[in-house]
Each structure stands twice: as C-alpha cells, then as structure tokens.
Design a binder for this molecule. Sequence first.
Ligand SMILES: [Zn+2]
Length: 114
Amino acid sequence: MHEMSLTEGVIRIIEEQAAAQGFVRVRRLWMEIGRLSTVDPEAMRFCFEAVRGNSPAAAAAELEITTVPGQAWCMDCSQTAEIEQRYDPCPRCGGHHLQVSGGEEMRVTEMEVE
Ligand SMILES: [Zn+2]
C-alpha cells in the first residue's frame, strides 16, 4: 500500500509548513486526488488517521479529500472528455486517441491552522 508513504509525505509537508509559518497545529487539511492517479482516497484517509498521531502538528487534523475527475484530450473530437480510467475510450466518439490532460495529481490544496 503506497498510500502510507504518501501520507508520511503529507505529514512532512505539515511539519515543514508549521516550522516555516509558525503555527502549532493543523485543524483541517484539504487534498485533491485525481481519479487517474494511483492513490485510493479511502486508503489515504485510513493511513492518515493511523499516522497523524506521530506528529504534534498533524495529530488533530481532519482530512478532507476532493476527487478530481479524469480528463483527456480526444484527438478525433478535438475536445476534452471526462474519463473514469486511464484507458477508457472517448465517451463522445468511442475512439482511443486520447491524451490524458488532468486527474493524475495528488496535492494538498489548503490547510486550516491555529
Ligand atoms: Zn472523441
């Protein structure tokens, strides 16, 4: 489960930000996870709750996850299409000439701190 190491990365970001900005703890943390990323939001939540206690700055943080839809550029339609999975055909024309253009990211978007 690689979500555990990703979660540890997020905790590190929290600690770095706490040191840099001088806050004590994070109350709430917002993350965006793309549908086409290899990150499972439920596993991410589970791991976060398991390890947040190791860091005073993260111990009380609530994790809010927003799922970002997968997007691809269809070369046949010359339009952007929304896709569920990486190798899905274009929902408009059924073609496979798609280039993924969004939904692969995983990032921390906002923190509520005190
Ligand atoms: Zn198409």
